[in-house]
Ligand binder design. Structure first.
Ligand code: A2P
Length: 336
C-alpha cells in the first residue's frame, strides 16, 4: 500500500528535511502534496531527484490525505490541523499547540510508541527538539533505575528557530568579519560569536517557554509526573545540532559503566565516549545530518551519591523534528 502525504511548511527548515527523509527512507507515497503560504505557492522544492510545485495551504483541499506532517508554526497548526484530521488524515504536528492536550499523544518513536495508538482527535504531537534527544538518551536509564530529577543546560543551534535564523547567523558572521554592524533581527541580541540564555518567551516563574517545555514534555512522554526538571535553554552560534549538559539524580544508584552498557543497546542512541580529545560527540563532528542521539562524557557526579552526568548531542532538525515525524507515520502504518 502507498499513502497520500501532505507536508505543510514544505519550504521551511524542517519541511525541507521532512521531504529529504521521506525520500531517503523510501516512505510508501502515492501522492505527495507540498504546502506552504501563498508567498511561496508556485515555487518548487526538491523531493529526491524530482521537483514538486508548492501549493497554497489556504486553498488546498485535504480530502484523501492519509498523513499530514505539519511544521509551519503554531497558528497554522491550530487552524489547519483539525481540518486535515476531520478530512481523515493522521496529523503529525511539530508545533507546540497540541502537546499539552490530554487527548493528543506526545510520542518519541523509540520511547513511547504505544501512546500513538490512542489519538481521538487524529493528531499526534511531535515533541520539542531538545526534549526529543533528551528522552531518547534518558528513557533507558529511567526504566532501569528511575530518574528523580534532571538538571539540564542546553546549547541549541539556530536552525531550531527556522530558516531566517540560519540566514541571520550567516549574515552576522560575514558582517562581523568585514567590520560591519551585525544588526540583530530574529534574536534580540547578536548571535554570531555570542551565546544567548533565552529561548521562547519569558514566563511568570522566571523560566522561558522553551525551558518549561522540557519540564512538561518529559513528564508526559515518560508518563511520570514526579520527575523534577530544572532547565536553562541557551542559543549558541551553531547551524545544526543541539547539545545538552545533563545531570540526573536517580532513585537507585547507577554507575557510569552500567549507564554506558544500557545506552549502548538503546534504540536511537550512539555512545561516543572515549576519554581523550575528540572522544565525545559534537554537532559538527557527529550529529549534523545524522539520525542518532549521540551520548558521551558519561560519568558519576562527584557532588551527589546517585548523580550521573551525560552530554547529549543530536541533529535537532532530523531526530528533533523531521525524522521523528516520519518515524511516527511509519509507526502508525506498522500498528495498522
Ligand atoms: P513560506 O515559505 O511560504 O513562508 P521556517 O520555520 O523555516 O521559517 O519555515 C516555516 C514554514 O511554514 C515555511 O514553509 C512557511 O512557508 C510555512 N508557513 C508560514 N506561515 C504559513 C501560513 N500562514 N500558511 C502556510 N504555510 C506557512
Amino acid at each position: 500500500t502507498a499513502y497520500n502525504v501532505a507536508v505543510v511548511g514544505a519550504t521551511g527548515a524542517v519541511g525541507e528535511t521532512m521531504l529529504k527523509i521521506l525520500a531517503e527512507r523510501d516512505f510508501p507515497i502515492a501522492k505527495l502534496h507540498v504546502l506552504a503560504s501563498a508567498r511561496s505557492a508556485g515555487g518548487k522544492v526538491d523531493f529526491g531527484a524530482r521537483q514538486l510545485v508548492v501549493q497554497d495551504l489556504a486553498t488546498f483541499d485535504p480530502t484523501g490525505v492519509d498523513f499530514a506532517l505539519f511544521s509551519a508554526g503554531g497558528s497554522v497548526s491550530r487552524e489547519y490541523a483539525p481540518k486535515f484530521a476531520a478530512a481523515g488524515a493522521v496529523v503529525i504536528d511539530n508545533s507546540s499547540v497540541f502537546r499539552g492536550d490530554a487527548d493528543v499523544p506526545l510520542v518519541v518513536s523509540e520511547v513511547n510508541p504505544e501512546a500513538a495508538r490512542n489519538r481521538p482527535r487524529g493528531i499526534i504531537a511531535n515533541p520539542n527538539c531538545s526534549t526529543m534527544q533528551l528522552m531518547v538518551a534518558l528513557a533507558p536509564i529511567h526504566r532501569a533505575v528511575g530518574i528523580e530529577r534532571i538538571n539540564i543546560a542546553t546549547y541549541q543551534s539556530v536552525s531550531g528557530t527556522g530558516r531566517k535564523a540560519l540566514e541571520e547567523l550567516g549574515r552576522q558572521t560575514a558582517a562581523l568579519l568585514n567590520f560591519q554592524d551585525p544588526q540583530p533581527e530574529v534574536y534580540p541580541v547578536q548571535i554570531a560569536f555570542n551565546v544567548i540564555p533565552h529561548g521562547g518567551d519569558f514566563l511568570d516563574n522566571g523560566y522561558t517557554s522553551e525551558e518549561m517545555k522540557l519540564v512538561w514534555e518529559t513528564r508526559k512522554i515518560l508518563g511520570d509526573d514526579n520527575i523534577q526538571v530544572n532547565a536553562t535553554v541557551v542559543r549558541v552560534p551553531v547551524f545544526y545540532g543541539h547539545s545538552e549538559a545533563v545531570h540526573i539524580e536517580t532513585r537507585e544508584k547507577i554507575t557510569a559503566a552500567q549507564a554506558r552498557a544500557l545506552l549502548e543497546k538503546a534504540p536511537g542512541v550512539e555512545v561516543v565516549d572515549e576519554r581523550v580529545g575528540g572522544g565525545y560527540p559534537t554537532p559538527v563532528t557527529h550529529a549534523s545530518g545524522r539520525d542518532p542521539a549521540f551520548v558521551g562524557r558519561i560519568r558519576e557526579d562527584i557532588s551527589h551519591p546517585r548523580g550521573l552526568d551525560l552530554w547529549v548531542v543530536s541533529d535537532n532538525i532530523r531526530k528533533g523534528a523531521a525524522l521523528n515525524a516520519v518515524q511516527l507515520a511509519e509507526l502508525v502504518i506498522a500498528q495498522g
